[in-house]
Design a protein around this ligand. Structure first.
Ligand SMILES: *[C@@H]1O[C@H](CO)[C@@H](O)[C@H](O)[C@H]1NC(C)=O
Ligand SMILES: *[C@@H]1O[C@H](CO)[C@@H](O)[C@H](O)[C@H]1NC(C)=O
Ligand SMILES: [Cu+2]
Length: 229
């Protein structure tokens, strides 16, 4: 009698395993879907460097971004750039590694097909300016993740910039150069188109492996139970 009870208990183990498998299978599917959405979302932020009206502005010029976000700079004419500075020294390169697009010349009123993307790798404030002479002094600057306590604001930076003298970084660096046509909309749709079948195939394959494992466990357990009896 004790032996039979024991073998019944043993046979129940695969059932418990099966329930556990369903739980982990569900969460795997959810996280796969979430990461597929993230990777197919395209740039998280688009900043216009000037605009069709020729204004000396970045828009938006004051926003927050999370680690892992991408910021795409879209250029308008006649000539602008984006460069990294510090709050303490407006219109000057932050350091030898300051990101810099180089001067981008655009004819007409449309957007330049050449774009530059910044990877946001920390939540520290990122101050940037246009390094074309006199543009930064005129207020062509921006900030990502400005301190929330108001101790350093874009308005303060722009006020101090009036007295600065623009210096461009010496090297084009720190940004990913790309093309408008191959970015944003087209890469987004192809990414999501390929993401779905891959994701579904993965889930089906995992489900198959689980059922096979479950079957084997059941056979082994039943055999074990039979031996004991
Ligand atoms: C800019 O320079 C002028 C003249 O040197 C000075 O009076 C003013 O305080 C300076 N402003 C800032 C924000 O540094
Ligand atoms: C930005 O991130 C992309 C994707 O992870 C990577 O390929 C690229 O090298 C990074 N570029 C820079 C300048 O950090
Ligand atoms: Cu400019």
């Amino acid at each position: 009698m004790q032996l039979i009870t024991f073998s019944l208990l043993f046979s129940a183990i695969p059932l418990a395993l099966a329930q556990y498998d369903y739980g982990s299978s569900g969460s795997t599917t959810t996280s796969a879907a979430a990461s597929a959405q993230t990777s197919s979302a395209g740039p998280n932020h688009i900043v216009k460097v000037s605009n069709a009206a020729g204004d000396l502005t970045f828009s938006p010029n004051d926003f927050t971004a999370a680690v892992g976000d991408t910021v795409e700079f879209h250029f308008y004419g006649p000539k602008h750039s984006v460069a990294q500075s510090t709050f303490a020294s407006p219109c000057n390169p932050a350091n030898a590694n300051a990101f810099f697009s180089g001067p981008i010349t655009t004819s007409g009123t449309g957007v330049n097909p050449e774009i530059f993307t910044l990877n946001v790798t920390s939540t520290s404030a990122i101050w940037f300016y246009c390094a074309v002479p006199s543009h930064c002094e005129a207020g062509m600057a921006g900030v990502i993740n400005a301190p929330t306590d108001g101790s350093k604001t874009l308005a303060m930076y722009q006020e101090a910039a009036k007295n600065a003298s623009t210096v461009a970084p010496t090297k084009v660096q720190g940004l990913v150069q790309g093309s408008l046509s191959s970015s944003t909309s087209s890469s987004t749709s192809s990414a999501s188109a390929s993401a779905s079948p891959t994701k579904n195939a993965g889930v089906e394959a995992r489900g198959g492996v689980r059922w096979t494992a479950l079957g084997l466990t059941g056979v082994v357990a039943a055999g074990f139970g039979g031996l004991i009896i």
